[in-house]
Design a protein around this ligand. Structure first.
Ligand code: ADP
Length: 241
């Protein structure tokens, strides 16, 4: 579903070019749940921006569903993102003058594919799923950090993206709230088959994804697959023998 080849990103730092990613290549199959970890400054956020088509690499390419981002102009890239991609930014980026429900409706209204009533109904359903059914008419400033994060998640899922990119989805949240977010991501990955790629510094969150890619100084130093956790993830046998 997502193919990264030879991704290199250089920034100009004063007179010197600063290489923050070097020749990064990997594939993410549809339905995968991948975490990207590494020390601060190792290039995680930069990589996520390239994978999501929000930024362009200095060299290398990213393809989503067989479409190479570099072959598209900015309009076509924005359209592709609108159709297939959801984002959860570290800073939530909710619009302060809109209620929770209105914030969640924004992507649907931008896409213009459903009417206002359908958009409102989908937004309410999703807010209920993230446990905010009684907060639909609250403004962001009336919500806690964890609640705002859940509104941002509902907004990311409202147009049923094929792939979700999340930057530190549990950052700045207390343990219990972080736990709810992880469970929600796992659920959406399993139930909707949404491919998820997230950046985290939280080792326990990374361990609960299917695969962890570790960056150091802009290169992949480890790419490991985790054993599925027992109990909740176990697939029940079809019939008792
Ligand atoms: P991480 O997410 O792992 O903390 P980042 O991808 O945010 O790492 O940053 C990697 C490096 O690139 C850092 O040294 C950072 O200062 C630098 N960097 C990030 N964005 C820019 C930019 N727009 N211009 C110049 N340097 C940048």
């Amino acid at each position: 579903m997502l193919v990264a080849r030879g991704l290199t990103k250089e920034y100009q730092s004063g007179t010197q070019p600063l290489t923050v990613l070097r020749d990064v290549s990997f594939d993410v199959p549809a339905g995968a749940f991948v975490s990207i970890v590494g020390p601060s400054g190792s290039g995680k956020t930069t990589l996520l921006g390239l994978l999501a088509g929000l930024d362009t690499p200095s060299r290398g390419s990213v393809s989503l569903d067989g479409i190479d981002f570099s072959r598209l102009d900015e309009d076509a890239r924005a359209r592709l993102r609108g159709e297939k991609v959801g984002f959860v930014f570290q800073s939530f980026q909710l619009i302060p003058t809109l209620t929770a429900q209105e914030n969640v409706q924004v992507p649907l209204e931008l896409a213009g594919v459903v009417g206002v009533r359908e958009a409102a109904s989908r937004a309410r359903d999703l807010l209920a799923r993230v446990g905010l059914g009684d907060r639909t008419h609250h403004f962001p400033q009336q919500l806690s950090g964890g609640e705002q994060q859940r509104v941002a998640l509902a907004r990311a899922f409202v147009n049923d993206p094929k792939i979700l990119f999340a930057d530190e989805p549990t950052g700045n949240l207390d343990g219990t709230t972080g736990e709810r977010i992880v469970e929600l991501l796992q659920q959406l990955n399993r139930e909707r088959g949404c491919t998820i790629v997230l950046v985290t510094h939280d080792a326990s969150l990374a361990a609960r994804t299917q695969r962890t890619i570790r960056l150091r100084d802009g290169v992949i130093v480890e790419d490991i697959y985790h054993e599925p956790s027992a109990a909740s993830d176990a697939i029940p046998s079809a019939a008792p023998s």
